[in-house]
Design a protein around this ligand. Structure first.
Ligand code: AMP
Ligand code: MG
Length: 489
């Protein structure tokens, strides 16, 4: 177990050409930093002794006012397509890469401090993040991890009474997030559009050497790297769709080359099933609506493919892109079959699942609660499925679907008890509904951080019944149904 001083930071990104970043230290808050929440599960990934969080220096180090040996802070440069439009320069406008920690298992984790103050890439922003948005990212990234969805992790949240001006006056906070790297599609796009092909090659070689080491000696390593990004992204988005989660701002600068969920903004888990769910209040045209995500994934990958044109054959990149849709759809169907407790794959499953979703949409059925409850489906007698029928206003419509489902289950000899166990492993009981996050935020704004820790613990095990926590699995109260989440964070 390591202390803050023995984390042994390094920063290989700082050895790349200076065109890739700008070196600078975090800007401390004007008011003293204090620890809001600490995540022992993420600390374990870097062998950090959880007792370290009790030291007063901890909030200093992860609140931007103290550096520890080996840190070489820098703001990363990137560009990206925002809402379909190319923006020639973005970059870390309020986040700073502190450095990399290699754990005893040889894995490396980049630690990024979000809300760390102005950088040369801040544009018109203030370099800060508000407590509200850092709580949302902190909780959601750990919730996604708990669900088994690839994501950045969150080590801790440090607050301060420093005022930050948004629609209202709020307070600032810093979030430490961890990832194999914070390289995005946009990190490549910037060098392509600037015609800096040498930097493009250096960056690609860096990423391959550090995170795709099995490709280092492959003759077509850049095309194979891209192919892996395609594969990981397709599977990631299939997982988002299966769990009913929308990212909200799928710009190419928010797409990780590791195929992990990155940059949590106005994201949302849907309550009632609605394929057109738009979680980002500013997304007026629904570009990033829930049911658009698979297509946007492909669109974003085609931007990355274009940026890699100087490094790989067009035909190879195109062939990799062509794998995306079958991969994403195939994975989605696997996940949905599992959510329905089906083991064998049959062609009719596509319509069975699609018809269920249409019914759920029509009858405003809660996505998470229904799938969790579907585990209790009884193949023996229709009358035992009364609680499931009650999700639907038109009971006969459900009965009709249930008869097909029953036949399908019987055809593969499905046993109710076994199926329930399997389904509970893939249909979460608890997800981070907006109103749950909102409750934690409102308490935290009054300096009560207990709800953050309660939700963190709960969401790290979303598939298990947790005693005394049933209320967290209920549908949202009326006030929490359509909370609007803006991009302002
Ligand atoms: P996002 O939509 O959060 O992914 O951010 C898009 C771009 O805006 C990135 O370059 C961010 O670093 C930058 N940005 C967002 N908020 C701020 C802020 N408050 N200050 C400076 N830059 C920001
Ligand atoms: Mg971003």
């Amino acid at each position: 177990m390591r202390s803050l001083e023995t984390l042994s930071f390094d920063n290989s990104y700082a050895r790349l050409p200076e065109a890739c970043y700008s070196k600078l230290n975090p800007t401390p808050f004007a008011e003293p930093p204090y620890l809001v929440s600490f995540n022992a599960a993420a600390a374990k990934l870097i062998d950090l002794d959880p007792e370290q969080a009790k030291r007063p220096e901890f909030a200093g180090v992860f609140g931007g006012s103290l550096l520890v040996p080996g840190m070489e802070p820098l703001a990363m440069l990137y560009s990206g397509h925002q809402f379909g439009v190319y923006v020639p320069q973005l970059g870390d406008g309020r986040a700073i890469l502190l450095g990399t920690v290699r754990n005893e298992r040889g894995e490396t984790w980049d630690l990024h401090l979000k809300g760390a103050g102005l950088t040369p890439f801040s544009r018109e922003g203030d370099g800060r993040a508000v407590l509200r948005s850092t709580i949302r990212e902190y909780l959601c990234s750990e919730a996604m991890h708990g669900l088994g969805i690839p994501t950045t992790r969150a080590l801790c949240l440090v607050g301060s009474d420093n005022k930050v001006y948004r629609e209202q006056i709020e307070t600032g906070a810093m979030l430490v997030r961890m990832a194999p790297s914070h390289v995005r599609f946009g990190s490549f796009e910037i060098f392509y559009y600037r015609k800096q092909h040498e930097q493009l090659t250096i960056l690609a070689d860096y990423v391959i050497a550090n995170n795709f080491a099995h490709l280092v000696d492959a003759p077509d390593k850049y095309a194979r790297f891209f192919s892996e990004v395609v594969e990981r992204t397709a599977k990631l988005i299939a997982q988002w769709q299966a769990v009913g989660w929308a990212h909200g701002v799928m710009n190419t600068d928010n797409m990780s080359i590791h195929g992990i969920t990155l940059d949590y903004g106005p994201f949302g888990f849907m309550d009632d099933y609605d394929p057109g769910f738009i979680c980002n209040h500013s997304d007026h045209n629904g570009r990033y609506a829930f049911n658009q995500q698979p297509y946007i994934g492909l669109w974003n990958l085609s931007c990355l493919a274009q940026a890699l044109l100087p490094l790989a054959e067009k035909e190879e990149l195109k062939a990799a892109l062509d794998r995306y849709t079958p991969l994403c759809e195939g994975r989605y169907m696997e996940l949905m079959r599992a959510k329905c407790g089906l083991i064998e794959a049959k062609e009719e499953d596509v319509s069975l699942i699609q018809d269920l979703l249409v019914l759920m949409h029509l009858h405003h059925v809660d996505y998470t609660i229904f799938f969790r409850s579907l585990g209790l489906f009884q193949t023996g007698s229709a009358s035992l499925n009364e609680p499931l029928r009650d999700f639907f206003l038109d009971r006969e419509a459900f009965d009709k679907w249930a008869r097909r489902y029953r036949c399908r289950l019987q055809a593969e000899g499905s046993r109710d008890n076994d199926r329930l166990v399997r389904m509970n492993r893939v249909n979460p009981k608890y997800v981070l509904r907006n109103y749950l996050a909102q409750t934690a935020i409102e308490k935290a704004q009054q300096k009560d951080f207990s709800e953050i820790d309660r939700l963190l613990t709960l969401l790290q095990n979303p598939y298990s019944d947790q005693p005394g926590m049933d209320a967290y699995a209920y549908p949202p109260p009326n006030w929490g149904k359509h909370l609007s989440v803006s991009c302002s964070s």
